[in-house]
Design a protein around this ligand. Structure first.
Ligand SMILES: [Zn+2]
Length: 259
């Protein structure tokens, strides 16, 4: 991951457009790359997505490390962190403090508040980006286009019903660059696991609230029965998601039995 050429970090604070001009110039369609070639320092909205456990947070922290090493200053954002000390953490042991945002956060105002305090924001790292609202994704795009803030967003592709998360869908629609994270997560059968299954008391469920579930610490949604039910998430291949088969170690009804 390399930063765009020619970015002058000190220039960022001077490029905040006034609100009126932003509204006036807001394009109605995603510009093709060629439209921005003439721009002195184009920024990008990049989206990396995949199933749980595919290494998104590790990649997010690696990107942050690489950018910071270039002397750039970034903000790390996350959602659904219930620890009280928001952070992006990865299973390989990296962790960094992050700002917790929610569906009501205007990400443009968040960045501008930092600028107003004299703090540079050259880039944003957005973890759990599947939880963004479509409007927030558009805010990220605006920060990229109008204020030249680079954005790297990381999120789950689909929910446990195998449907795109709203934030993911919007990112797929408007991001400059979309990549499926290549660290392969395997289904118990050995095939690549692409789908997240919600498992309640040992059985795959396909209905219920979509969100309120952090990548690293799944919990049932508030409107679901949580009276002692064991809820967790498991990555499956498409076939076994369709069949609802959780593998030989699962004990739920209809699952494969150990030989
Ligand atoms: Zn499978």
């Amino acid at each position: 991951m390399t930063p765009p050429d020619g970015v002058d970090p000190t220039a960022v604070a001077m490029t905040v457009p006034d609100p009126d001009s932003r509204r006036r110039e807001r394009p109605t369609a995603v510009p093709v790359a060629g439209n921005r070639r003439s721009h002195p320092a184009p920024a990008h909205l990049r989206f990396f997505h995949g199933p749980m456990d595919c290494g998104k947070s590790t990649l997010a922290l690696q990107v942050d490390f690489n950018q910071a090493r270039q002397g750039r200053s970034g903000l790390l954002l996350t959602q659904g962190d219930r620890s009280g000390r928001p952070r992006i953490s990865s299973r390989v042991g990296l962790t960094r403090e992050a700002l917790e945002v929610d569906a009501t956060t205007d990400l443009r105002l968040l960045v501008r508040a930092h600028w107003a305090d004299g703090r540079r924001v050259d880039y944003l790292i957005v973890d759990e980006a599947q939880f963004l609202t479509p409007a927030q994704v558009d805010q990220l795009a605006e920060l990229v286009d109008e204020s030249h803030v680079d954005v790297w967003a990381f999120g789950l592709t689909t929910d446990f019903r195998t449907r795109l998360f709203p934030g993911t869908q919007r990112l797929l629609e408007v991001a400059d660059d979309v990549q499926r994270v290549q660290v392969e997560v395997l289904c118990w059968c050995g095939l690549p696991g692409l789908l997240n299954a919600r498992v309640v008391d040992g059985a795959l469920v396909r209905h219920g609230a979509t969100v309120v579930v952090a990548d690293t610490a799944p919990t049932p949604a508030p409107d679901e029965p949580s009276t002692g039910a064991d809820v967790h998430y498991q990555v499956l291949c498409r076939r076994h998601h369709v069949l609802g088969q959780l593998g030989p170690t699962a004990a739920g009804p209809g699952q494969l039995a150990l030989p």
